[in-house]
Design a protein around this ligand. Structure first.
Ligand code: MRU
Length: 351
């Protein structure tokens, strides 16, 4: 059940990442030597997936503090670096969450002798990384309860060890069910235009030897209509206070089809992906990415020169289409708004 690869690791004064832009054909590490490299790695999707970019940003904050240590205008430069990192990608709230957590650590540590600051920031980044792995293991155990024996599961995008500090969220649930001998079968959407499903989820499914098939995104509707899918399990990048979930483009369409055919639909997220400050999904910033991702998928031109493109990277699934949101604190079910409020206040979930 151990991971055979490490998504992100800080060693020898650098942050090393598996370069997810070139998987599965090439396995290579990308070295971030400073916080600017970390920002680039997040923006260019060397690393991607909400929890993984949060953990990387935490190391980016530590690296910025190291770069500016001893300067008179340290706080000004350090704050600018934090803001710069926070802008690398807008939708996944884990990025902001990790940077705020690191900033709060800084605020607390600056009251102490100055040699305390860097070790304190490093240990906080390490904690964000290791807590994420533990959180995902817990989520896997909790989510396993919704997977019936012999289930055929549909998933979208990549939510595995690559998208987190380790193990994965939705794919973590799938792996837990598989290792629990539930005899599952997985259909993985290819996830256009960047093919996180084809390139990354397919790779992780094969590494774990989970019986599975890769499908074009548009095949999912037919499989659902024909009763071939028992449940849909996928991730989330930002959950609003009413349970609306932003996730990879295509999630909303899947939720509509799942609802029409009565297929259970679960989003799997750590609590750090819940944005308690926004009332609903209309407040979630949706990243629009380069038109080249659509006109030149994988670097090969498929559309005529000059064609205009709309390329939102995420969409918002309304809570009415969601059966449950699986977290390390339990499964949030309707009434979502009340339950998310209860979770925020540390009260037991209803339903
Ligand atoms: O654009 P990406 O690849 O960063 O999008 C990732 C997703 O949408 C995932 O489903 C989400 O981050 C959850 S990952 C555990």
């Amino acid at each position: 059940m151990d991971e055979s690869f490490i998504t992100l690791e800080y060693r020898d004064d650098s942050l090393f990442l598996i370069d997810q832009r070139v998987l599965p054909t090439t396995f290579t590490l990308f070295e971030c030597k400073n916080y600017e490299d970390v920002e680039f790695a997040i923006r260019d999707m060397v690393v991607r997936g909400a929890p993984a970019i949060g953990a990387c940003a935490a190391y980016g904050v530590y690296m910025a503090a190291k770069q500016f240590a001893g300067l008179q205008d340290f706080e000004q430069k350090f704050k600018a670096a934090c803001d710069f990192l926070a802008l690398a990608r807008p939708t996944a709230v884990n990025l902001e969450w990790a940077i705020v957590r690191m900033w709060n650590t800084y605020e607390e540590a600056k009251q102490k002798p100055s040699d305390h600051l860097l070790p304190r920031l490093k240990s906080e980044a390490d904690a964000i990384r290791s807590e994420d792995i533990q959180t995902n293991k817990t989520i896997g155990e909790i989510g396993n309860a919704v997977v019936p024996p012999n289930a055929t599961i549909l998933t979208h995008c990549n939510t595995g060890a690559l998208a987190t500090a380790g193990w994965g969220t939705a794919l973590g649930v799938i792996k837990t069910a598989f290792y629990d001998a539930k005899n599952i079968f997985v259909y993985a959407d290819e996830t256009r235009p960047r093919f996180q499903g084809a390139r990354l989820t397919a790779w992780e499914l094969m590494e774990a030897k989970i019986p599975s098939k890769l499908i074009p995104d548009s095949a999912a509707a037919t499989l659902i209509r024909d009763g071939k899918i028992d449940l849909i399990i996928l991730g989330g990048d930002r959950v609003a206070a009413n349970g609306d979930v932003a996730n990879k483009l295509g999630t909303f369409a899947l939720s509509v089809i799942a609802k029409a055919y009565g297929v259970p639909f679960y989003s799997v997220v750590p609590v750090s992906t819940i944005d308690f400050t926004i009332p609903d999904g209309s407040y979630i910033p949706i990243e629009e990415r380069d038109s080249k991702e659509v006109t030149h998928p994988g670097g090969t031109q498929v559309a005529p020169d000059g064609m205009d493109v709309y390329n939102p990277s995420f969409d918002v699934t309304p809570h009415q289409n969601i059966t449950g949101i699986i977290t390390e604190k339990g499964i949030i079910r309707p009434p979502f708004k009340q339950n998310i409020e209860r979770l925020k206040n540390g009260q037991p979930l209803l339903g």
